[in-house]
Design a protein around this ligand. Structure first.
Ligand SMILES: [Zn+2]
Length: 211
């Protein structure tokens, strides 16, 4: 029987967000408890809150926005790799992973997922695990079409924007802050659907794995 694993962080008030961006919040503007005929809320936040997808426009001028990302890439077989001891993900790490040789999509589970599991409201770390620029180039060179990591930024805080640029320039779909605590490394079917926000450089997504 198929098993569906939700790898989406629940968007919520107070959750960890990237410093300098608008944190997610739900503002109740009408409530039945106060006599309204409906409950209705306004959502405030950055498109980079929680589990989300970056489009090329995020780092490249006049580049495609999120609505133009290919559904063919956002849905399909996906390798989950577990690197519990990694402090960063470099080309040298990827070279040692034979399961990536024919992969089209890859998600990296690292110690980042443990931070979310312990506390959805942890202080956003700057030593989160992410891809080095040479890993980004390795992914492009190996024709991987989608890559995701389990914190809010796919590039390391000490690097320039090169990691993003290498991936987005090559049309690789970047997924950030997938929640992979407890997810076994294996091949799954990924369905990752960013909200169709016209012209936006990224969008929150619902992401699931089917085992
Ligand atoms: Zn982002």
């Amino acid at each position: 029987m198929r098993r569906i694993i939700d790898i989406t962080l629940p968007l919520q008030d107070g959750m960890t967000y990237w410093p300098g961006t608008l944190p997610p919040s739900l503002e109740w503007v009408r409530t039945m408890a106060s006599g309204d005929i409906v409950n209705a809320s306004d959502y405030h936040g950055s498109v980079h809150n929680g589990t989300h997808v970056d489009a090329p426009l995020h780092h490249l001028a006049n580049a495609p926005a999120v609505e133009s990302l290919s559904l063919d890439v956002l849905i399909g077989p996906c390798q989950v790799i577990y690197l519990p001891d990694a402090d960063e993900i470099s080309a040298a790490h990827l070279e040692r992973l034979p399961e990536l040789e024919r992969a089209e999509r890859v998600l990296f589970r690292t110690r980042n997922s443990d931070l979310w599991a312990a506390n959805m409201r942890h202080e956003c770390p700057m030593d989160y695990v992410a891809l080095t620029p040479d890993a980004a180039q390795w992914i492009v060179d190996h024709n991987i079409r989608l890559v995701g990591t389990d914190h809010l930024n796919i590039q390391r805080s000490m690097d320039s924007t090169e990691t993003h640029k290498i991936l987005l320039r090559a049309g690789v779909v970047v997924v950030e802050a997938v929640y992979l605590a407890g997810v076994e490394p294996a091949t799954y079917e990924l369905i990752c659907l960013p909200v169709k926000m016209l012209g936006a450089e990224g969008a929150p997504a619902r992401a699931i794995l089917i085992a």
